[in-house]
Design a protein around this ligand. Structure first.
Ligand SMILES: [Zn+2]
Length: 473
């Protein structure tokens, strides 16, 4: 392996080059964060387009030979860029992230203006500072450092860059976008930069995310609410019956009772479990800070909190509504009740199979006198796990390790994204490189990024391009 240390200092050149650009990086990212590119809100779709424009201009200014805004499908504008390596035999790596953000309003409980970014101590505060503009800016900074450190006019790998414009609203048209541009996106490996680490003192690389499928169940009885004196006890109550269904979802050990639910679950390897067990986990702090004051851990018996989040599927009640909830009392038998459920899935569960199993479960438990309607909003998101022993994951661990000065252990994340779609559509191995922290409050009020971590992340990507150029993917 070549070394990039400055003679006599031991400091990697990439770190110096990142440090040299740190102030400009913060200024540039802050400018981008002022654009409220909220994909979920049609009122902000103009801002999503503005954000794409802003990014495309920056990429051109930074020297990317090919930069395009893709707005030729139903997808909100995405930005694509490509920079060939000097060595035509180098591998092609596609970096994926997204430039849209979650909605944010001061009234949601923010203690600062979400789209007026500011630096406080080590933090850059603002919506998108971490998820995911901060991470895309990190990749851009890393490339500048890589080019400067290697003294080359081109990266060590053929680099491609895709910033999606509607990840935060479910990537509904990403499949169409990938299909329309399959040739431009062809690559040997995908690096997703939209994930994080277990903690600042516990550098980890994400090696898997859960999938998801949602279901809405509506129970209906009479056509209108009935008088609970004249009819109560003589007709079924949809709220009671739906509550019974909810109660039947789990047994007392926390296992989901839907027949076939666990059939396709792939268990984590012993090596992974041992590695997760070695990660620090401060339960009181995790409850108080990350879980915003949750009062106890809970879940499926026999699994640690990390295992429950990363390797076990769940059935979660997101909402249960029915009947009267206003002031005082209203003596009725409600005419209907609604249940919203999401299921987080792990490899190798299939969203369609799980949705069908849920439907059968509801059908079985719908009592006489109640009609049930079960709907799913879309095809769901398949789970994805990386091969932990792969060369690609190994190189990412090494690159992050060099930048962070620590061993980087494998971990996973409990959330869901378009990873499986990317890996399947582009038929390439996929891995993650991100430095978000659980305390970054992504998707929540007061989002922030820890600047020294973004700078280390940039250095890590700079090392990664060099490593992959030397050894392939
Ligand atoms: Zn994200």
């Amino acid at each position: 392996m070549t070394t990039t240390a400055e003679p006599g200092t031991g400091t990697p050149r990439e770190r110096d080059e990142v440090a040299r650009r740190a102030d400009a990086f913060v200024e540039d990212l802050s400018e981008w964060l002022r654009i409220p590119s909220i994909s979920a809100d049609p009122g902000h779709h103009g801002d999503v387009a503005r954000s794409a424009q802003w990014l495309a201009e920056r990429l051109r200014a930074e020297g990317w030979p090919q930069v395009e805004i893709w707005d030729d499908t139903e997808a909100l504008p995405a930005v694509f860029a490509s920079w060939p390596a000097a060595d035509s035999g180098a591998p092609t790596v596609l970096v994926y992230g997204h430039h849209d953000v979650q909605p944010a309003d001061l009234e949601d409980g923010w203690s600062f203006e979400p789209f007026a970014p500011e630096v406080v101590g080590e933090e850059l505060r603002g919506r998108g500072a971490s998820d995911d503009k901060g991470h895309l800016a990190m990749v851009r900074l890393g490339l500048a450092a890589h080019l400067a450190a290697t003294g080359s006019g081109a990266p060590a790998v053929h680099l491609k860059f895709l910033a999606e414009g509607e990840e935060e609203s479910g990537s509904a048209h990403l499949g169409a976008l990938l299909a329309a541009h399959r040739e431009a996106l062809a690559c040997d490996a995908i690096v997703v930069t939209d994930t994080g680490m277990v903690g600042r003192d516990a550098p980890t690389v994400c090696t898997g995310m859960r999938g998801m499928v949602d279901t809405e169940v509506v129970f209906r009885g009479a056509t209108v609410d009935l008088h609970s004196g004249q009819f109560g006890g003589a007709v079924p109550n949809p709220v009671t019956e739906l509550a019974r269904l909810v109660a039947a979802l789990h047994d007392e050990r926390g296992r989901v009772q839907i027949p076939g639910f666990y059939d396709d679950v792939r268990l984590p390897s012993d090596v992974e479990r041992a590695s997760w067990a070695a990660l620090p986990f401060d339960e009181p702090e995790w409850l108080a800070v990350s879980a915003a004051g949750a009062q106890a851990t809970a879940g499926e018996d026999g699994w640690s909190t990390y295992e429950r989040l990363w390797a076990r599927p769940t059935a979660e009640v997101n909402g249960l509504h029915g009947g009267y909830a206003g002031p005082g009392h209203k003596t009725i038998v409600p005419h209907g009740a609604t249940l919203k459920l999401t299921f987080r899935l792990v490899a190798d569960q299939d969203p369609a199979t799980i949705a069908a199993a849920v439907r059968a479960f509801v059908e079985e438990r719908t009592p006489a006198g109640i009609s049930a309607e079960v709907t799913t909003s879309g095809p769901g998101v398949p789970p994805l796990i990386c091969e932990v022993d792969s060369a690609l994951v190994g190189s990412i661990r090494e690159a992050m390790g060099q930048a962070l000065g620590a061993d980087v252990l494998p971990a996973r994340e409990g959330g869901s994204g378009p990873e499986a779609l990317l890996a399947t559509e582009l038929a390439a191995p996929l891995a993650f490189l991100g430095v978000m922290l659980p305390s970054d409050r992504i998707h929540a009020p007061d989002e922030r990024a820890v600047l020294p971590l973004l700078l280390s992340g940039a250095e890590a990507t700079a090392h990664l391009w060099r490593l992959l150029g030397e050894r392939g993917v």
